[in-house]
Design a protein around this ligand. Structure first.
Ligand SMILES: [Zn+2]
Length: 92
C-alpha cells in the first residue's frame, strides 16, 4: 500500500506506467492481526486504469491503519462458510 502526500497532486495524476488514476471507492480486503481478513467499505482511493496501481491519500491511509490496528468495533461482520472435503458428509 502506497500513500501520496497531499490531495491535489494525487488527483487524476499519471501513473509511472502512463495510465491515468481514476478516483473511485473500493472495498479493501487486507490481512489483519485479529481476523483472517478485514473488509473496509467506502475507501476513497485512486486506481490506475492501466496497471491497477492503487493510491490512498495520507489521511485515508492513517484512517485505515486506525481501523485495522485499533480497537474499533466493526460496522458489520461477515460470516464466512468453511467446507472441508475430508468431512464424510454431503455438502449442499
Ligand atoms: Zn499504472
Amino acid at each position: 500500500m502506497e500513500a501520496y502526500q497531499g490531495h491535489a497532486e494525487g488527483l487524476h495524476s499519471r501513473c509511472a506506467c502512463g495510465g491515468q488514476y481514476q478516483f473511485v471507492t473500493i472495498v479493501l480486503t487486507l490481512p489483519d492481526a485479529h481476523l483472517p481478513r478485514a473488509v473496509v467499505r467506502n475507501v476513497p482511493a485512486e486506481i490506475c486504469d492501466c496497471c491497477g496501481e492503487t493510491l490512498f491519500s495520507m489521511p485515508i491511509t492513517v484512517r485505515l491503519m486506525q481501523v485495522l490496528h485499533g480497537n474499533a468495533q466493526p460496522d458489520d461482520v461477515l460470516i464466512t462458510p468453511v467446507y472441508d472435503l475430508n468431512h464424510n458428509t454431503s455438502i449442499g
